[in-house]
Write a protein that binds this ligand. Structure first.
Ligand SMILES: [Zn+2]
Ligand SMILES: [Zn+2]
Length: 334
C-alpha cells in the first residue's frame, strides 16, 4: 500500500506532527489529487485552537489545495488525469436543503468542509469531490494561485457584500485576504483605507505598495468616512471602530469564521441605516466568478513559502503577523 507524508492534528491545542499515512482511494465522484501547494489560513488556526469545535480528528488541515488529478473514483469523469485543479473550503453540500435549493449553498445545513470534516491538503495527496473543485487559471504558478482559493475567494464574497454604492472602502486586518481584495477594489476604482494592528508599519507599507490610498492603525479614524468596511481580523472591537468610521448607510462586513466578542456600542453608531453583516463560506459561483476575474486584474499574490513539515511554524507566524501576504506550503515540488 503506497504511503504519503502528511501533517496531522491529533487534538485541539496540540502541535501538528509529521505522519506517514496511506494514500487514500478515491470513492464515487471523487478525484485523488497529488498536492503541489496548499495555502495556510486563519481558519486553520481556529481549528487548531479549538474555536471551531467539530474537527474530524485525527485531521489533516488545509483548504486551499492546488493539485493534479492522479486518479478518479467511480462516476468521476469531470477532469482528466494530470489536470490541475483547486479545492476550496466548501468540500461538498447535500444539495437538497432549503439553502442549497435557493442558491445559498454556502449556508448548507449539512456541508462538508475541506480540512475540517474531511482531510485537507497538508499532505502529499488529498481526495476531493470533483463537483466542488475549480479548474485554475493557467497563468499562475501552483504557489501563487493557492491563496486565491480561500483568502481570495472568501475575501471576494466579503467585498461583494459591501454592495454597489462604495467609493471609499476600509479594510481592517491587512493579511492574505486584504492583499488580494485591495487589488480587485483598485481595479474597480475604489479608494482604499487600510487598517493594521497598531504600529505594524510593515503591513501599512505593504498596503500602500499594493495601491491603498491611506494606511494606518486600527485605532485611527480615516481621513474621510467610509462607504463600507471589510473586517478580516478576528477582533470584535474592530466592528465598532469600523462603524464609527462609516458614512450613513455604511456597510460593515465581517469576513472571518470566528471573532472575539463585539463590545456593546451606542445605537447612534448603527442609526442612519448602517449595516453589520457576516459572510459565511463560499458558493461555487463565487469561485467561478472570482477565478475568472483574477487574471483580468491581474491579481498578484505575495506568498511566503514553507515546506510541508513546517506547517506548524507557518501557522504560528500567521498568528503573530510575522509576514506580509499569504503563507503557502510547497508540497511535491514539480
Ligand atoms: Zn480559509
Ligand atoms: Zn444544503
Amino acid at each position: 500500500m503506497p504511503t504519503m507524508r502528511a501533517m496531522l492534528l491529533d487534538a485541539p491545542r496540540t502541535p501538528l506532527h509529521p505522519a506517514e499515512l496511506l494514500v487514500p482511494e478515491p470513492g464515487a465522484g471523487q478525484v485523488l489529487l497529488k498536492v503541489h501547494a496548499c495555502g495556510v489560513c486563519h481558519t486553520d488556526l481556529h481549528i487548531l485552537d479549538g474555536e471551531l469545535t467539530e474537527p474530524n480528528l485525527p485531521l489533516v488541515l488545509g483548504h486551499q489545495i492546488v493539485g493534479t488529478v492522479t486518479g478518479s473514483g467511480p462516476e468521476a469523469q469531470r477532469f482528466h488525469l494530470g489536470e490541475r485543479v483547486g479545492v476550496p473550503w466548501l468540500g461538498a453540500t447535500d444539495g437538497t436543503c432549503r439553502y442549497c435549493r435557493r442558491g445559498q449553498e454556502n449556508l448548507c445545513e449539512a456541508p462538508t468542509f475541506t480540512g475540517y470534516h474531511v482531510d485537507g491538503g497538508f499532505a502529499e495527496y488529498a481526495l476531493a469531490d470533483e463537483r466542488f473543485c475549480f479548474p485554475l487559471p493557467e497563468n499562475y504558478t501552483d504557489l501563487d494561485v493557492a491563496p486565491l482559493l480561500c483568502a481570495g475567494l472568501i475575501g471576494y464574497r466579503t467585498y461583494r457584500m459591501a454592495g454597489e454604492n462604495v467609493e471609499t472602502l476600509g479594510i481592517y486586518g491587512f493579511g492574505a485576504a486584504a492583499h488580494i481584495i485591495t487589488q480587485v477594489a483598485k481595479f474597480e476604482g475604489k479608494k482604499i483605507y487600510a487598517f493594521t494592528r497598531p504600529g505594524d508599519t510593515a503591513a501599512q507599507e505593504f498596503a500602500l505598495r499594493l495601491g491603498a490610498d491611506w494606511a494606518g492603525d486600527s485605532t485611527q479614524m480615516p481621513p474621510e468616512k467610509l462607504d463600507a468596511a471589510l473586517i478580516f481580523a478576528p477582533v470584535g472591537r474592530l466592528v465598532v471602530s469600523a462603524l464609527r468610521a462609516t458614512n450613513k448607510a455604511g456597510v460593515v462586513v465581517c469576513g472571518g469564521i470566528h471573532m472575539s466578542d463585539i463590545p456593546s456600542f451606542p445605537y447612534s453608531l448603527l442609526w442612519k441605516e448602517r449595516i453589520i453583516r457576516s459572510v459565511a463560506n463560499l458558493t461555487r459561483r463565487d469561485g467561478e466568478e472570482f477565478l475568472a476575474l483574477a487574471p483580468q486584474v491581474p491579481i498578484k499574490t505575495d506568498v511566503k513559502v514553507f515546506p510541508l513539515e513546517q506547517a506548524g511554524k507557518a501557522l504560528e507566524q500567521l498568528r503573530h503577523g510575522e509576514f506580509t501576504g499569504a503563507a503557502v506550503l510547497e508540497i511535491n515540488r514539480k
